[in-house]
Design a protein. Structure first.
Length: 101
């Protein structure tokens, strides 16, 4: 049995599904590595940038991806989008329901 609970509006940042997938793949892409090291390698970030992203979410420097709650990956993806500065966080057009940048 699976129970899905809809989060209240605005509780989680909205991000494109592609950006979220890339973030999760990068987080779990390096065996036995900290989250910051995995993100740096998988997303092409400097170690310092990846570490700053992790710490900005209030996570310990040595945290591993498997310790994160699912919503944290959305927050990381949104931070990565801001770091890249070439993609605004994804929003859904309320009228059509389709994703818009």
């Amino acid at each position: 049995l699976v129970v899905l609970e809809r989060l209240p509006e605005g509780e989680q940042p909205r991000i494109s599904p592609e950006r979220l997938r890339e973030t999760i793949q990068a987080a779990f892409g390096q065996r036995r590595k900290t989250l910051a090291n995995s993100l740096a390698a998988g997303l092409g970030l400097s170690r310092e940038t990846a570490q700053a992203m992790v710490e900005a979410l209030g996570l310990p420097a040595n945290v591993r991806a498997e310790r994160l709650e699912p919503g944290r990956f959305t927050q990381l993806a949104a931070r990565w989008a801001r770091e890249k500065k070439d993609e605004a966080p994804w929003r859904e057009d309320r009228q059509s329901g389709s994703p818009t940048p």
